[in-house]
Design a protein. Structure first.
Length: 519
């Protein structure tokens, strides 16, 4: 009897569980991956008698602890915070958001409401993180990252009144298709196109831009209706096209192309109940390895061991191990005593940290009831240029609306228009942006929470700008080992700022440690 692929995978799952089935599917090329994992297949007794200290219980540290325990290592995780997850942090009722300057905000939202202060979405091709969610039993749901029903607004467009994204997107496409169609028809591209290619392109442009038989754009059902389709005698009426000159002047390209970036393309996911469910999912398995509220004060790395000094309950303590996987943010490492080389110490400040922020409000779901917006992001061309609607608990009475998500400084640390504002002015700017999209609705916004990552203790920034040309020497340096210390984190991946990048970096660290042990 022949063995079908389906039956084969079912039997693999029966024998080795979900993880084995997923690994097999990856090997067969049935599930695309965003990046190559260097995680070695280590026997259960590979690390017997060897100690590893992991600095930080963010995603890179948790992945490292999870895999090394399976390989027989004795693992200790030191975490400065009182929770797992690092930047994978969900603010909810009872959470205290404390800044380095002593400012505190206590969240008093309704039970079940949350803000993913750090990462808030998981692309479908970030398969290694998704696999861990499945292994750990972390339930996922769809995160609605883009909606044509959401809004765009600019003071130079439509008299400053917000319009639906579908109108901006499809009117822009229509005008561009019309212009290119004219160029082809007027033989302006004859040197580039054969007659056959020109004919095919005209057919494509007619469909792409919803042009008339004369190659003219005069509006489209794709852009929505002034008078919707109904059952009576009244005929539907589509929107009059927005003025092309206004569309160009408004420059709403950030919103128009937002979903096209590779890591923001549908389908996207989020853990049910908040992104921190991933950190707690790992902690459920490796929680006994983690010492919380244990900030590191000094790292001494050598040729045969590593000694880490930390405090716990106000008392100085040390731990010595054969290996150290250091996942602390480089902004924190730059302020931590160590015996690393001068080149490595310099590298800690060689990749500038981004100063990301989020502002969130608890509110009745007016965007659903009045605008029929269910998830997605609106784009006002204001100081606050992004308003993000919740994907969870659709149709419920209230929800958490993000009124601002961006950076507060440029790559050199200079404050931008938002960063120069006081906290009260930042909240006012958030309200103003929401009012530009939903006139009068800012009065419904309550209980604001403002997260500024450059002011969050033990983070001192959101993620490292490792994509800059000036960051290359630091990236290269930190990819090296320092004695028995190996650095890991999303900043040592090409998916910086993503939990998948942290996962892949942890896999690489484990591989390098295993290679050294094998000689």
């Amino acid at each position: 009897m022949s063995l079908t692929r389906r039956v084969f995978l079912q039997r693999i799952a029966q024998l080795g569980g979900y993880s084995a089935a997923y690994s097999t599917m990856h090997a067969l090329g049935l599930i695309p991956q965003t990046g190559f994992s260097e995680l070695p297949d280590l026997p259960a007794d590979f690390g017997r008698g060897k100690k590893v200290v992991i600095l930080g219980a963010g995603i890179a540290g948790l992945v490292s602890a999870y895999e090394l325990r399976k390989a027989g290592f004795t693992v200790t995780v030191l975490e400065a915070r009182n929770r797992p997850g690092g930047r994978s942090w969900s603010v909810r009722k009872g959470t205290v958001v404390e800044f380095t300057d002593g400012t505190k905000q206590e969240c008093t939202w309704e039970d079940g409401h949350y803000l993913n202060a750090g990462p808030a979405r998981i692309p479908s091709h970030h398969t290694h993180l998704l696999d861990y969610c499945h292994e750990l039993g972390v339930p996922l749901e769809v995160e609605i990252n883009f909606s044509r029903s959401a809004l765009m607004q600019a003071d130079t467009l439509n008299g400053g009144k917000a319009v639906e994204e579908r109108q901006v997107v499809h009117d822009s496409r229509g005008y561009i298709a019309e212009l290119l169609s004219k160029a082809v028809s007027q033989h302006a591209l004859d040197q580039e196109l054969s007659k056959e290619d020109a004919s095919h392109l005209l057919d494509f442009l007619a469909e792409f831009g919803d042009l008339s038989s004369a190659g003219k754009y005069s509006g489209s059902m794709r852009a929505g209706f002034v008078t919707p389709r109904g059952a009576g005698p009244e005929q539907m009426k589509v929107h009059e096209p927005l003025k092309f000159s206004e569309l160009l002047a408004a420059d709403l390209s950030k919103g128009e192309f937002y979903e096209d970036q590779i890591d923001w393309q549908a389908t996207m996911f989020q853990p049910v109940g908040g992104m921190d469910r991933i950190g707690y999912g790992f902690a459920k398995v490796v929680g006994d390895l983690i010492t919380y509220e244990a900030p590191v004060t000094e790292i001494e790395t050598g040729a045969g061991s590593v000694t880490v000094h930390y405090t716990k309950g106000g008392k100085a303590q040390t731990v010595t191990a054969d290996w150290c996987i250091c996942t602390m943010p480089i902004s924190v490492l730059a302020k931590t005593k160590n015996n690393f080389t001068a080149a490595t110490q310099k590298a800690f400040t060689g990749m500038p940290m981004t100063a990301n922020y989020k502002v969130a409000w608890e509110s009745p779901r007016f965007w659903e009831k009045e605008n029929r917006i269910y998830g997605g992001i609106s784009f006002p061309k204001q100081v606050v240029d992004l308003v993000w609607y919740p994907s969870d608990k659709l149709f419920s009475p209230t929800g958490i609306l993000i009124g601002g998500f961006n950076v507060e400084t440029d790559d050199k640390g200079n404050p931008n228009a938002f960063g120069r504002l006081s906290t009260a002015e930042k909240l006012a700017a958030s309200k103003q942006a929401i009012d530009k999209l939903h006139p009068g609705k800012s009065s419904l916004l309550t209980k604001p929470i403002y997260v500024s990552w450059q002011k969050i203790p033990y983070s001192l920034g959101c993620y490292a700008n490792n994509h800059l040309e000036s960051s290359e020497p630091a990236y290269t340096q930190l990819d090296n080992m320092e004695g028995r210390t190996i650095f890991a984190g999303d900043y040592l991946s090409h998916l910086v700022g993503w939990q998948e990048g942290a996962t892949l970096s942890a896999h690489r660290a484990i591989k390098r440690m295993a290679q050294m042990m094998k000689g």
